[in-house]
Design a protein. Structure first.
Length: 455
């Protein structure tokens, strides 16, 4: 009898275990297996066709073919392409609203909306080049963005840049919180002030803005800025136009040339010095095309992908006959076209010399430089300059992550790295314009957008 009772008790326990197992909720999983996709990792090699990509949590877990993953959600991407999220190393935020730059849009809400715009265009990380204001730091915008407590692109900042009293950068474009030293003696104190906001680098402007300003920053002042920045272990990015300025800046230790050299074709001696000094080059080709291209109708002027990036009223402005005629009749029109042509030649020479070239557009500095679209236009223009589509993509991902010193986590799609990527309905290795066919944008392994045209 005792044995029978023991048997019944054991049977009931077994039944309870079986029933409990049968009705146990399925384990939650954050794994996604993307299958049958064309895969471009950002390292510059050929695409991997019919590939599988496994994402677990916020990272790439595996890349290969015929991958298996228990409990993973499976997404078939036959005919689609995955590329790394773009990284733009020269942008501005909080400076534009509407068809003019006369308002004051530098607010938390406005900046967050611009971060979301960049993200919708597949730009996962940006570097704001020296035009930020205290709310960026006191209000925690930068830190919250970097901690992913805010939506949109991750934001790096150069804090408050260095310009000229009564000169560059233009105050009327909202660039008001900029140090404008009149002597080198002011630099140490100003640099100490800048360091308090923990900038990624230091930005300075050396340009007369097409003859708009009668003076430029003197070599004594920018040499002091470079020297003080280096004492703080900060790199210096310089806004330049002229070859002579670039040569002097590089001799004085500047680390980043933040725009194309546009008045002359660069010489071999300077390129050798740039390479030896590990100088980074950000061509911002789209800026130079925007300077004249609206005088005619570029092939993308009516593209919804372009129009979605514009501030209200800007499309009507740039397509008006009056605006187009003013551009054509401007004394700067021929100079701007020539500058663009020289910029293309210099990019190809500099790239071929083995100098690190990174993506940057100066988007957001004014309403003509559309945030998000500019980054895709920049890719097209790099190909126009002579880079292959895969080289341009590597510039916009791997290279740009290296400039920001974030390449251990971002920039390329490899096992163990953060899962920031774009799903495209086309292969940009075949046609670089296919980067504009955005189906989905992923940030840290989560889908955050279906592209700008879905918003």
């Amino acid at each position: 009898m005792a044995a029978n009772k023991h048997y019944k008790k054991s049977s009931l326990l077994l039944l309870a275990f079986i029933m409990g197992s049968a009705f146990k909720p399925a384990e939650k999983t954050d794994a996604i297996l993307f299958t049958h996709v064309t895969f471009i990792d950002g390292n510059g090699g050929k695409p991997l066709y019919n590939a599988d990509v496994l994402v677990k949590g916020n990272k790439i877990a595996a890349i290969g073919k015929n991958l298996k993953a228990n409990n993973a959600r499976i997404i078939d991407l036959t005919g689609k392409t995955i590329i790394p999220a773009l990284i733009s190393d020269h942008v501005h935020v909080g400076l534009i609203r509407g068809p003019d730059n006369k308002t004051n849009p530098y607010t938390r809400d406005r900046i967050v909306s611009e971060l979301k715009k960049y993200e919708s265009y597949g730009v996962g990380t940006i570097m704001v080049m020296g035009t930020d204001r205290p709310i960026m730091f006191d209000g925690g915008i930068r830190d919250s963005s970097m901690s992913e407590l805010l939506p949109g692109a991750r934001l790096h900042s150069a804090g408050y840049g260095f310009g000229m009293p009564g000169g560059a950068p233009p105050v009327e474009m909202g660039m008001t919180k900029v140090y404008r030293p009149s002597s080198a003696a002011q630099i140490p104190q100003e640099m100490d002030s800048l360091v308090q906001v923990k900038p990624d680098l230091v930005k300075l402007w050396i340009d007369d803005f097409n003859g708009k300003y009668s003076t430029k920053m003197s070599p004594a002042i920018y040499k002091a800025i470079i020297d003080e920045a280096h004492k703080k272990d900060l790199r210096v990015a310089a806004h330049v136009f002229y070859l002579s300025d670039a040569r002097q800046l590089i001799n004085d230790g500047a680390n980043i040339i933040a725009h194309s050299i546009r008045d002359s074709v660069i010489d071999d001696a300077l390129m050798q010095k740039m390479k030896a000094n590990h100088v980074v080059y950000i061509p911002t080709l789209s800026l130079d095309e925007y300077a004249y291209i609206y005088a005619r109708r570029p092939d993308w002027i009516n593209d919804p992908f372009f129009k979605a990036s514009l501030e209200p009223g800007v499309y009507e402005l740039i397509t008006s006959e009056k605006y187009q005629n003013n551009l054509k009749n401007s004394p700067a029109y021929a100079k701007n076209m020539a500058a663009f042509s020289i910029a293309l030649k210099n990019l190809k020479k500099i790239y071929d010399a083995g100098i690190l070239v990174c993506l940057g557009t100066d988007s957001g500095a004014m309403m003509l430089r559309a945030q998000g679209f500019s980054e895709h236009l920049e890719l097209e223009l790099m190909v126009q300059a002579g880079l292959t589509p895969l080289q341009a993509l590597t510039v916009a991902t791997k290279n740009s992550s290296e400039m920001l010193h974030i390449e251990k986590q971002f920039g390329t799609l490899q096992k163990g790295k953060i899962a920031d990527f774009i799903i495209l309905d086309g292969n940009p290795a075949v046609n670089i314009k296919n980067t504009r066919k955005i189906l989905a944008v992923y940030k840290s392994g989560k889908e955050v957008s279906n592209g700008p045209l879905s918003n």
